[in-house]
Design a protein around this ligand. Structure first.
Ligand code: 5GP
Ligand code: ZN
Length: 113
């Protein structure tokens, strides 16, 4: 989608180091990290929010968790623990309307729920 910053990152129109990539997903560091490790995992496909997920996306969403697990191991946060966050729409605090999973860790995170 035009004018979507995460589509541009996924398409390499904006130069960003990928920590993981395959035909469906890419992962890269958040530009304004809220924890020592803050990685975003996104589908290449432009899906605005969780509300827009379809049945055909189930396998891709499952794979996001597999990639998150692998990155957590790679960045040494698996054992101490981490959090995976997806914000949805205004009340959820979503700012970028291209589905993304935040992988946060490297310190004790504040309680949100
Ligand atoms: P949201 O609030 O939508 O769940 O999170 C959007 C996240 O994207 C924020 O944590 C923000 O720092 C990050 N972000 C926004 N623009 C860019 C960018 O151009 N590059 C990277 N790497 N992260 C971005
Ligand atoms: Zn997009």
């Amino acid at each position: 989608m035009e004018d979507c910053i995460f589509c541009k990152i996924a398409n390499r129109e904006i130069n960003t180091e990928f920590l993981y990539e395959d035909s469906e997903l890419v992962a890269f560091r958040d530009i304004a990290p809220k924890a020592p490790v803050h990685i975003l995992i996104i589908p290449r496909k432009h899906i605005p929010t969780i509300n827009d997920l379809e049945e055909e996306d189930n396998q891709m969403v499952g794979k996001i968790y597999q990639v998150a697990k692998k990155l957590a191991e790679e960045y040494n946060i698996a054992e101490d623990g981490y959090r995976i966050v997806v914000n949805c729409n205004a009340n959820g605090g979503q700012v970028v309307y291209h589905l993304h999973f935040h992988l946060l860790g490297g310190e004790k995170l504040g309680d949100i729920c």
